[in-house]
Design a protein around this ligand. Structure first.
Ligand code: SF4
Length: 337
């Protein structure tokens, strides 16, 4: 089989993913950004590689260095700042002794199903995570199933990453069948940013399979700005919603991206129009290299208060912080002294 034939039988989303932009110079050319600005900031790619899909770039405004989507993926000089409290492993995950499996919460296990992503978000709390030590192959899958069966408290499996939707439909079908065979399990949850950056990844077949599973299926998107909720995302989500998959969203509160109640209100409205319920608004995890995205707790609480005035209660995401070692997300007001 020729290389061209191999490429043509790969799913459309994988072909699109292969065209992702990994060079800040190319990103600058696509968006008509000033060469000197790209050269100054692009250097920080050495701290965390650049990766962004063509679809996500198409949602950015040309010639706008302050575009809120661009800010999430473009390296920045500020990533070299060494700010107190910003560390490589903010949630103390990297000493975990069970590869690919994080059991942070009593009833839920989180599986690092795939190490990579289709986008590298500069603020990512796992930007220093040693994914190469967390390969999820046949041995890890068996280890996961054994682990779950040995602990009757576990009733939910969260597929995370990296991005779990980088696994193929076939791989997910197989894992789902194995999870369905464990009677104590009630739910399977997928945390993914892929639908936002590569909407064609939401294949109707996978939505249908999840919707008809014995397990209740949830898809938790990660969107931060209303411009990310594009018509292509609406279209791709529709069959999943129709199949009965519960759709939620979590965002990260990011300076220069969505640190405004009006932007967040627009995001909630856009999500709900796509049948997605706003779920969490996270305070930034203090990861080294991302301090320029931080919003103070006082500002965050003010934004949340204004958001409650702008939206009906069911559209207001819960403002939370993840605290290493805590058994659940913590409402921000409870983390303040
Ligand atoms: S998609 Fe999620 S895991 Fe991947 S880089 Fe972005 S925030 Fe991190």
């Amino acid at each position: 089989m020729s290389k061209a034939e191999v490429i043509s039988i790969r799913p459309a989303w994988q072909q699109e993913l292969a065209k992702a932009i990994r060079d800040p110079i190319l990103l600058g050319q696509q968006l008509d950004l000033p060469d000197d600005w790209i050269a100054t900031h692009g250097r920080a790619r050495e701290l965390f590689p650049v990766m962004v899909t063509r679809h996500f770039v198409s949602l950015m405004e040309r010639a706008n260095i302050a575009d809120p989507l661009l800010r999430q993926v473009m390296p920045a000089q500020d990533e070299y700042l060494d700010q107190a409290g910003f560390v490589t492993d903010p949630l103390a995950e990297q000493d975990n002794t069970t590869p690919s499996l994080l059991h942070k919460y009593r009833s839920r296990v989180l599986v690092i199903l795939r190490g990579g992503c289709a986008i590298n978000c500069r603020y990512c709390f796992r930007r220093h995570f040693p994914y190469n030590e967390h390969h999820f192959g046949r041995a890890q899958r068996q280890e996961l199933l054994t682990y779950i069966q040995a602990d009757p408290n576990i009733n939910e499996v969260i597929l995370s990453g990296g991005d779990p939707l980088l696994a193929t439909d076939e791989q997910l079908f197989q894992l789902l069948a194995e999870l369905e065979a464990i009677p104590q399990l009630k739910r399977v949850r997928i945390h993914s940013r892929l639908p936002v950056v590569l909407p064609e990844r939401l294949t109707p077949a996978l939505g249908e399979r999840l919707g008809t599973s014995r397990l209740q299926a949830l898809l938790v998107l990660h969107t931060n700005h209303p411009h990310e909720v594009a018509p292509q995302l609406h279209e791709a989500l529709a069959p999943w919603a129709q199949a009965g998959v519960t759709l939620l969203n979590q965002s990260v509160l990011l300076r220069g991206v969505n640190d405004s109640a009006e932007v967040l209100a627009d995001l909630s409205e856009a999500l709900f129009a796509a049948k997605v319920m706003p779920y969490y608004l996270h305070q930034l995890d203090k990861v080294k290299g991302a301090s320029h995205f931080a919003v103070t707790d006082a500002e965050a609480l003010q934004i949340a208060e204004r958001l409650r005035a702008l939206l009906p209660g069911f559209l207001v995401p819960r403002l939370v912080r993840e605290v290493a070692g805590e058994p659940s997300k913590t409402p921000l007001e409870l983390t303040l002294n």
